[in-house]
Design a binder for this molecule. Structure first.
Ligand SMILES: *Cc1c(COP(=O)(O)O)cnc(C)c1O
Length: 384
């Protein structure tokens, strides 16, 4: 195992998380219960309204969100290919067809509203957006297209807890939003996720599907609120645990401060790398209020990206690629016939993108050091 000097992400758990988890263990109730209810309430208050339903992962959140908006076999969902594979997999879970739309370009890695509109057919039912790195998508244009064609907008906000777009928090801009609390996300609980919506009925349906399609939880039975039950629709077991929710409550209190720290560090990266002509930094100038989940850079075509990553590794710096294009994975090529060249901008970025370490445990000196080493790595990775 490599001991990274600078891992891509890191978690800041302290005494308070320890105490919160111990309280849960001593309480004797571990599955979804009162602590999870408190986490849901605190999370929806943080977003500024709506309902929140805690689930076992961001992927579970996406599956439930698409099921709750009524996606079915034969429906088409338009989504980006420059995303984590879970975004697209969730479309397959409900039997719908993923229709990938290209990104805006190297300066804006989010899905392009024009490309979305080009992909609309009679079968399109939803647009599934992903706020890349926590930088909000052009939601105004996307909501306009959705309204025009009668489509529903689902947000994969896994990168975007705390991101703001025109005064509203990401996740509550479309019909339904999905968050992930996986270990490398801005709000980390190990595993976990949240579905959020202003639509009460939709939220209730997510709540039922989270636990087998039942109206109530074991917790309610334990409290004596329920003895028998009926099942009216198919459900799953996507419940979270009180341990995760206890961690979530503490991490949520730290989110705002952590996102501000990420912003400061991202600005230092920008300053340090501004003069490097073989590097371009997407999302410049920064618009809205991002959560700064990732710090992506694009290396020039004259630079061997993989060699840069190898050199960084030798310096103890972990880097990553966000993302290999989903439409070019074997599964997606075979099942839907996607080909190289289908999404030229996505494919181009996917070849040139490199993500640098960014998390609240870094300080100014760390970021300056990483930027310095990146410049050396770039210099040594010229092709030809
Ligand atoms: C992390 C992530 C997910 C999945 O979340 P899990 O909690 O790991 O299931 C989905 N979409 C995006 C964009 C992500 O980054």
């Amino acid at each position: 195992m490599i001991q990274w000097r600078y891992p891509l992400s890191d978690i800041g758990f302290g005494k308070e998380e320890g105490r919160a988890v111990l309280r849960v263990l001593r309480s004797g109730w571990l599955s979804t219960g009162p602590v999870t209810e408190r986490f849901e309430k605190a999370f929806s208050e943080y977003l500024g309204g709506g309902c929140a339903i805690a689930v076992s992962s961001g992927t579970a959140a996406l599956h439930l969100a698409l099921a709750a908006v009524g996606m079915r076999e034969g429906d088409e969902v338009i989504l980006p290919s420059l995303t984590f594979v879970a975004t697209a997999n969730s479309v397959l879970y409900v039997g719908a067809k993923p229709v990938f739309a290209d990104i805006v370009g190297p300066d804006d890695l989010n899905i392009s509203p024009q490309e979305i509109e080009r992909k609309v057919t009679k079968k399109t039912r939803a647009i599934l957006v992903m706020h890349y790195g926590g930088y909000p998508c052009d939601m105004e244009s996307i909501l306009r297209i959705a309204k025009k064609h009668g489509l529903c907008v689902v947000e994969d906000a896994a990168h975007a807890p705390g991101s703001e777009y025109r005064g509203g928090r990401c996740g509550l801009i479309g019909e339904v939003g999905c968050f992930s609390f996986f270990s490398n996300k801005n709000l980390a609980t190990g595993e976990g996720g949240m579905v959020v919506s202003r639509n009460k009925e939709l939220a209730e349906s997510v709540r039922r599907m989270r636990s087998h399609g039942m109206e109530a939880l074991s917790w309610d039975k334990y409290r004596g609120h329920l003895s028998s039950y009926d099942i009216r629709g198919l459900g799953y077991n996507y419940r979270t645990t009180e341990i995760q929710s206890a961690l979530g409550l503490v991490q949520l209190k730290k989110l705002e401060r952590n996102n501000k720290k990420r912003k400061k560090l991202a600005e230092i990266y920008r300053n340090e790398l501004r003069e490097v002509k073989e590097i371009s930094i997407p999302f410049s100038p920064v618009k809205d209020i991002p959560s700064y989940h990732l710090f992506p850079v694009l290396v020039a075509p004259s630079i061997d990206r993989n060699r840069v990553m190898e050199r960084l590794k030798e310096f103890g710096i972990q880097s990553s690629i966000h993302y290999p294009a989903v439409h070019l994975f074997s599964l997606y090529r075979k099942q839907f016939g996607y080909l190289k060249g289908d999404l030229p901008k996505t494919e181009e970025v996917s070849k040139r993108e490199l993500t640098l370490p960014l998390h609240p445990l870094l300080d100014t000196r760390d970021v300056k050091w990483i930027a310095k080493k990146l410049k050396i790595a770039i210099r040594e990775s010229r092709i030809g």
